[in-house]
Design a protein around this ligand. Structure first.
Ligand SMILES: [Zn+2]
Length: 385
């Protein structure tokens, strides 16, 4: 057996309604801290779902300041504004409350508030020096798994993004409370849920760092996500389905934080970057085509996953691998997501730009089980058109 290392967040609390007692929970864990910065976005604030956790913090004698200006795919100025507020408030504890963007911003605020380093200095892998403020992550969508990953993504230009990967970005605690995901629109539930499934699939076939722990997590994640996605989409208030989705997304996050994602994400990022298509949907659009492309190299692994997603799958390894691709396409069809690039406004003349941008995702492409050339990338986009 090959050697490996595995890291994750030390404390995970998974309980519907848990954030109603957030103050009590955090007071017990951080008895000496007072000054909290809650990092979230305006859309989530408008749901009113942040009210109970905030009131709970205040009744536990926390002084709570809110930064609610997180934008999707956060640009650098958002992080700078959040940092300024954290310093002005003398923040001692950072809480990310939202989707991947809010949690990614919270990580960077925790790392940079008391640091002499600038944001620009920490881009890349392993460039964070020193420690960070205590950090708690509370996801309000079941998708990114950012609550248990050591990665933040920042938008640095019109279409370009930079990643920060460092062990300091792992939080002290993640809290999964499905009541916070109530009322998420079906299309968002579907796209973020498929993103989480892609995290599990790509972790399971990741070329260099796949290991027994990430494999087990990916399989369990895929089982939970595939059994509950449709239910969660059909009924926004199905608490059991929503909690299962949050748990599945978190397990997939633990898997891909250690066995990183690959070509599906490499091809999806330019669709998001250039055409502002949401991340989960971008993944869903290219997913079946990349699965069929990769099946030449890793049909056996896909066949294993097909037994989880489509339990009664029979036939040859190739047939079962194909069944996985078909099943993933079915999720998009049943939940009503767009299925072609043209449906999101992309035309044949855009494919060269997309292929060029995808080839820049070398960090991700290096994890893919089958090498991807520029011609391959173009051909995959053409299939998805
Ligand atoms: Zn993703």
């Amino acid at each position: 057996m090959t050697s490996f290392s595995f890291a994750t967040v030390p404390v995970i609390l998974s309980a519907p309604g848990a954030t109603k007692d957030l103050g009590k929970e955090l007071r017990a864990r951080f008895p000496s801290l007072r000054r909290v910065l809650l990092v979230t976005d305006q859309g989530f604030l408008r749901t009113g779902l942040a009210d109970a956790p905030t009131a709970s913090l205040r009744s536990a004698m926390f002084h709570v300041e809110q930064f609610a200006d997180v934008l999707a795919d956060p640009p650098e100025h958002v992080i700078e504004e959040a940092l300024a507020l954290a310093r002005q408030n003398q923040t001692e504890l950072v809480i990310g409350l939202g989707g991947g963007s809010s949690m990614d911003v919270a990580k960077l605020v925790a790392v940079l508030t008391d640091s002499p380093q600038s944001l620009a200095e920490i881009y890349g892998i392993g460039n964070v020096r020193g420690t960070r403020l205590p950090l708690v992550q509370i996801p309000t969508t079941a998708g990114t798994g950012s609550e248990v990953t050591n990665i933040s993504i920042v938008t640095t230009g019109a279409t370009s993004k930079m990643g920060i990967v460092a062990p300091q970005l792992y939080a002290d605690m993640a809290i999964l409370d499905a009541e916070l995901t109530f009322g998420l629109p079906s299309a968002v539930t579907a796209a973020t849920g498929i993103d989480a499934m892609v995290h599990a699939i790509e972790a399971y076939t990741s070329k260099h760092k796949k290991n027994p722990l990430s494999d087990g997590l990916a399989r369990q994640a895929l089982s939970l996500l595939s059994r509950h996605l449709i239910r969660a989409c059909e009924s926004g208030h199905d608490l059991a389905a929503r909690q299962a989705m949050l748990l599945g997304a978190m397990l997939a996050g633990q898997a891909f934080a250690n066995a990183p994602v690959a070509a599906v994400h490499a091809l999806a990022y330019p669709i998001g970057g250039v055409f502002h298509v949401p991340h989960g949907l971008s993944n869903s659009l290219v997913l079946p085509h990349v699965l069929r492309f990769n099946a030449e190299t890793c049909a056996e692994q896909y066949a294993e996953l097909a037994r989880i997603v489509v339990p009664h799958t029979e036939g040859s390894v190739a047939a079962r691998a194909e069944a996985l691709a078909v099943a993933m396409q079915q999720f998009a069809i049943i939940t009503g997501l767009p299925r072609t690039l043209q449906q999101v406004g992309i035309t044949a003349s855009d494919l060269d730009l997309l292929a060029d941008e995808a080839m820049k995702q070398t960090r991700l492409l290096g994890n893919n089980p089958r090498p991807v050339t520029r011609d391959d990338a173009y051909a995959l986009y053409k299939l998805a058109l």
